[in-house]
Design a protein around this ligand. Structure first.
Ligand code: BG6
Ligand code: MG
Length: 216
């Protein structure tokens, strides 16, 4: 049995599926700049920051902008994204997540958020999950994005737990890499074909339990 004293969760794609809203808002930006991109390309945007995402998308469209224009477009995209986020409800929490977090609590395991998003608190509020977390580290706190381990190392520190006693839950390749770079175990949430560096991969939290966590 391994000792697990804290679980660190990515937000987008792990707690809730906001990727569809990010995709919609980024696509609107691309369309206004007269190009388009696919859902397949959108996979590459998972886990990376807003400005890094914008750079990739502009590259796909062959569009070059000044720094000021980039900031203006990123701000527009975020507003479109927030219009969608404001309509979110607790029904959008991914299956099995609340029960798993409750059982972590009951077993004295700390819970932290480690997300690249600058909107994480608003999203957690909309889905009524804010109270589950002992610590929240997000895009507002970090200087280095995933795959750098900073976000998770800060989460470990905020919960007072050694990285080796933390388990990270991630749906993005860059996020799994960040966990491993931080010396933590990683549970991939999604497809084993994509999250090849994770210690284990689950497709949903339904059926996952603290017992299974401790057997990792
Ligand atoms: C990550 C998402 O969680 O947050 C990325 O996977 C997103 O797609 C990033 O770009 C930043 O989010 P936000 O909400 O600050 O634009
Ligand atoms: Mg994610």
């Amino acid at each position: 049995m391994t000792t697990v004293k804290a679980c660190l969760f990515d937000l987008d794609g792990v707690i809730v599926d906001t990727a569809v809203y990010h995709f919609q808002a980024w696509r609107r930006l691309a369309n206004e700049l007269c190009f388009d991109f696919t859902e397949h390309q959108n996979e590459q945007l998972k886990g990376i920051s807003r400005m890094e995402s914008l750079e990739l998308i502009l590259n796909w469209g062959g569009v070059s902008l000044t720094e000021e224009e980039k900031i203006a477009w990123a701000t527009k995209k975020n507003q479109w994204y927030l219009d969608l986020v404001m309509q979110m409800t607790p029904n959008e929490v991914l299956p099995g997540v609340p029960d798993f977090l409750k059982s972590l609590r009951e077993n004295g395991i700390k819970i932290a958020l480690g997300s690249a998003s600058k909107n994480s608190k608003l999203i957690l509020e909309k889905i009524q999950m804010l109270d589950y977390f002992d610590a929240i580290i997000d895009g507002n706190n970090i200087t280095k994005g995933k795959p750098d381990p900073q976000v998770f190392l800060m989460g470990a520190e905020a919960t007072g737990v050694q990285p080796t006693e933390c388990v990270v839950f991630e749906d993005a390749v860059a996020g799994v890499q960040a966990a491993k770079a931080g010396g933590m175990k990683a549970v991939g949430v999604g497809s084993a074909d994509i999250l090849t560096e994770a210690d284990i991969v689950i497709s949903t939290f339904e059926g996952f339990s603290v017992e299974k966590l401790l057997q990792m």
